[in-house]
Design a protein. Structure first.
Length: 167
């Protein structure tokens, strides 16, 4: 796992659900399962074969069996249940992230306490557009040099203390 992905994982809320949206191969979510610090881990990717491969990999490790892992072969905007705990999105553009988050918010299922985001482009546009959101506050912004490119990491915290169950 790259230093940036390790850093993203370090910014998640232990004990709470973790959502890896656009998980691709699912490395971040799989590491979260190995660390056993989250009440549940959700793999989300629109590609069925990526989700199937992640599910098969997890099923093949006896130590990971029985841990609360959930697999969603859907676009981020189509997540079927409330998103609680920490939502991580990495490796896609800021405009795509904005679309996912805005749609989840409009559907009233974005109930996460923390957002850990690493857009690979449109970072300033994302910060400006999402900055108008009254639900989340940017609490940390950093960069990682990865494969010769500066990769942004943005950590947002929910502005209010929302109860995760029944909200």
């Amino acid at each position: 796992m790259t230093p940036r992905l390790r850093y993203l994982l370090s910014k998640t809320l232990p004990g709470a659900p973790l959502w890896d949206v656009g998980c691709d191969h699912g490395l971040l979510a799989e590491c979260a399962l190995w660390q056993a610090q989250h009440s549940e881990v959700h793999f989300v990717d629109p590609l069925d074969h990526q989700i199937a491969a992640a599910r098969e990999r997890i099923a093949g490790h006896e130590r990971l069996q029985g841990r609360a892992s959930f697999f969603h072969a859907v676009k981020g905007e189509q997540i079927p249940i409330p998103v609680l705990g920490t939502l991580v999105i990495a490796g896609m553009g800021g405009q795509t992230m904005l679309s996912i988050l805005s749609t989840l918010r409009e559907r009233q299922i974005l109930r996460a306490q923390r957002l850990v985001l690493s857009p690979h482009k449109d970072v300033s546009d994302f910060i400006e557009a999402w900055g108008a959101n009254v639900d989340f506050e940017l609490v940390e912004q950093s960069q990682f040099l990865e494969r010769g490119r500066a990769r942004a990491v943005l950590v947002y915290q929910a502005r209010t203390s929302r109860a995760e169950v029944g909200s």
